[in-house]
Design a protein around this ligand. Structure first.
Ligand code: NDP
Length: 502
C-alpha cells in the first residue's frame, strides 16, 4: 500500500485520531481540549459565504482569447493586438435563481470574462443578450426585487414582474428576448455572449472610438421549450454544469467568434437611438461586426468554490486602450460589482489566486481582513509620494478628455425614447413557430396576474406589432379555456380533492 500523507491540523501538526472524540470516560462528556473536534465544527459553520444577490448560480472554466484580426488602429490594448493569446476565465450564470437553483430555467445568462493580460486584468461582465431591462441604474434594485422572492409569500411573484415591466416600457426589448427561444438555452455552450454595454477603445495617438463586444457561439444556438425544461429539471438540476464540465473534460472545447462593432466618437447624436442606452443595440447595418478573434474554453477548475464561487468580475477592471462610456448602467456597475465582491469575499478579494492579475500589482492599500500578500517588492514604501522608489503613476494610461457633457440635471430617460422599434425589428426576425412559442411563453408567465397589469403590458406588445399583442391575448385566452376545462374535469372526478371537499 502506498504511503499516505499525514492528516494535519490547520496548524500543521499531525492529527492522532480523526474518528473518536476525547471524552472523560467511555460514557463521559466531551473535553474542551479536543481542539480538532472544535476546529472541524467551527470550520463547517463558516463554509458558506454570502451568495451573490444576482447571478448566484454559476458555471465556469478557463480558456484563451486569441486575436486574429487587426484593430490596432483603434486600440493600444496589448490584449487586443494581432496575434495576442491571453489566458482567461469565464463564469456563466442565471440571474434570479439562488445558489441551488436548477440550471434549466428561463432567465438571462450571465457571460462574465476575466482576461489575465500583461497590463492587468480586463473584465467584461456581459450577458447572453445584447440589451438589458433598464437603462437607468436608479431602477436596478427595484427591478431585481421583482425577480426575487416576495417578502411575505417567499415565492417568486409574476405580478411584481409584470407590474414593473408594464410600467417600464424600456424593458420590452429584453422581455421579448427573454420569452423567445433564446431565453431558455440548453446550456452555455450554445449561447452568444455580448459585452452589452458600450465601451471605448483608445489608440496609441489617444483617439477614442466607441465599441460593442460580441461573442458568437460556434456550437450553434440550442434551446429548450418550457415543457422540455420541466422534464430536464425533473431529471437533473445541474444540466448546464454537466454539459460544460463534461464537454471540456473530454476535449470538446467550446468556442466563440469574437466580434466588435466600432462607432466613431463623433457619431453620438447622429442616430434616433442613444448609443449609450443599454436597452438598445447598434444595428448591424449601421455598424457591421468585425471579426477579431476566437475565445476557447479548455480547462475545468480544480476547485469550484475557490475558482468559480470566489471569482470576482467587475467592469472596474480595465486596461490601457479600453475604457468606459457614458452608459449609465455601466457607470453604476463600475462601483456596484466591485462593491458586491468587497462584501461577499472581503477587502482583499482581488488578491485571491483566481482574481489576482498575472502581471502583478503594486499599490498602497494596506492591512484589513486576510491581508496575505507581500509588501511592495523592492521598495520600503507604504505611502506615496516617498523617497524609497515606491510605485508611481503612469501618465500615459490617462484617457483623452470626454467632450460629452451638459448641465447637471436629472434628465428623463423616457422622454422621446422609442422603446418599440428594436423589439419590432427582433419580432420581425422570428418565424411563425418562433412567434407562437413567444406568445405561449409570455402567457404562461403572465397567467393569473391582475387584469389591469396584463392589459397594460399587452398594450405595449400591440405597439411593437399588432400580431404580438393579438398573439399574447389569444394565448392567454387559450390558457383560460384550458384551465376552465381542467377545473371542470377535476370536479367531475369523485375522488378529486375538490370533489371530496364538496
Ligand atoms: P441583423 O439582422 O443584422 O442582426 C440580427 C441579430 O439578431 C444577429 O446577431 C442574430 O444573432 C440575432 N438573431 C437572429 N435571429 C434571432 C432570434 N430568433 N432570436 C434572437 N436573436 C436573433 O439586424 P439588426 O442589427 O438591425 O438587429 C435587429 C434586431 O436583432 C435588434 O433589434 C435586436 O433585437 C436583435 N439583435 C441585434 C443585435 C445587434 O447587435 N445588432 C444582436 C443580437 C440581436 P445570430 O447571428 O447569433 O443568430
Amino acid at each position: 500500500m502506498a504511503d499516505k500523507p499525514t492528516l494535519t491540523t490547520t496548524g500543521g501538526a499531525p492529527v492522532p485520531d480523526n474518528q473518536n472524540s476525547l471524552t472523560a470516560g467511555r460514557q463521559g462528556p466531551l473535553l474542551l481540549e479536543d481542539y480538532q473536534l472544535i476546529e472541524k465544527l467551527a470550520h463547517q459553520n463558516r463554509e458558506r459565504i454570502p451568495e451573490r444577490p444576482v447571478h448566484a448560480k454559476g458555471w465556469g472554466a478557463y480558456g484563451t482569447l486569441t486575436i486574429t484580426g487587426d484593430i490596432a488602429q483603434y486600440t493600444k490594448a496589448k490584449v487586443l493586438q494581432p496575434g495576442a493569446v491571453t489566458p482567461m476565465l469565464a463564469r456563466f450564470s442565471t440571474v434570479a435563481g439562488e445558489l441551488g437553483a436548477a440550471d434549466a430555467e428561463r432567465d438571462v445568462r450571465g457571460f462574465a470574462l476575466k482576461f489575465y493580460t500583461e497590463e492587468g486584468n480586463w473584465d467584461l461582465v456581459g450577458n447572453n443578450t445584447p440589451v438589458f431591462f433598464i437603462r437607468d441604474p436608479y431602477k436596478f434594485p427595484d427591478f431585481i426585487h421583482t425577480q426575487k422572492r416576495h417578502p411575505r409569500t417567499n415565492m417568486r411573484s409574476p405580478t411584481a414582474m409584470w407590474d414593473f415591466w408594464s410600467l417600464s416600457p424600456e424593458s420590452l426589448h429584453q422581455v421579448t428576448i427573454l420569452f423567445s427561444d433564446r431565453g431558455l438555452p440548453i446550456g452555455v455552450r450554445h449561447i452568444n455572449g455580448y459585452g452589452s454595454h458600450t465601451y471605448s477603445l483608445i489608440n496609441a495617438d489617444d483617439e477614442r472610438v466607441w465599441v460593442k463586444f460580441h461573442f458568437k457561439t460556434q456550437q450553434g444556438h440550442q434551446h429548450w421549450t418550457n415543457h422540455e425544461a420541466t422534464e430536464i429539471v425533473g431529471r437533473t438540476r445541474e444540466s448546464t454544469q454537466e454539459d460544460l464540465f463534461t464537454s471540456i473534460e473530454k476535449g470538446d472545447f467550446p468556442r466563440w467568434k469574437v466580434r466588435v462593432q466600432i462607432m466613431p466618437e463623433s457619431d453620438v447624436g447622429k442616430h434616433w437611438y442613444d448609443p449609450f442606452d443599454l436597452t438598445k443595440v447598434w444595428p448591424h447595418g449601421d455598424y457591421p461586426p468585425i471579426d477579431i478573434g476566437v475565445l476557447e474554453l479548455n480547462r475545468n477548475p480544480d476547485n469550484y468554490f475557490a475558482e468559480i464561487e470566489q471569482a470576482a468580475f467587475s467592469p472596474s477592471n480595465k486596461v490601457p486602450g479600453i475604457g468606459y462610456s457614458p452608459d449609465k448602467m455601466l457607470q453604476a456597475r463600475v462601483f456596484s460589482y466591485a462593491d458586491a465582491h468587497r462584501y461577499r469575499l472581503g477587502t482583499h478579494y482581488e488578491a485571491l489566486p483566481v482574481n489576482a492579475p498575472k502581471s502583478g500589482v503594486a499599490h498602497y492599500h494596506k492591512d484589513g481582513p486576510m491581508r496575505f500578500f507581500p509588501n511592495n517588492p523592492n521598495a520600503d514604501a507604504y505611502y506615496e509620494p516617498n523617497s524609497f522608489n515606491g510605485p508611481v503613476e503612469q501618465p500615459s494610461a490617462k484617457e483623452p478628455p470626454l467632450a460629452l457633457s451638459g448641465a447637471a440635471d436629472r434628465y428623463n430617460h423616457r422622454d422621446g425614447n422609442d422603446d418599440y422599434r428594436q423589439p419590432r425589428a427582433l419580432f420581425e426576425l422570428f418565424n411563425s413557430a418562433q412567434r407562437d412559442r413567444l406568445y405561449l411563453n409570455i402567457a404562461e408567465a403572465m397567467w393569473g396576474i391582475p387584469k389591469e397589469i396584463a392589459d397594460r403590458q399587452i398594450a405595449h406588445f400591440d405597439k411593437v406589432h399588432p400580431d404580438y399583442g393579438a398573439g399574447v391575448r389569444e394565448a392567454l385566452a387559450h390558457m383560460d379555456r384550458r384551465h376552465a376545462a381542467e377545473t371542470a374535469q377535476q370536479q367531475m372526478m369523485p375522488d378529486s380533492p375538490q370533489a371530496a371537499a364538496e
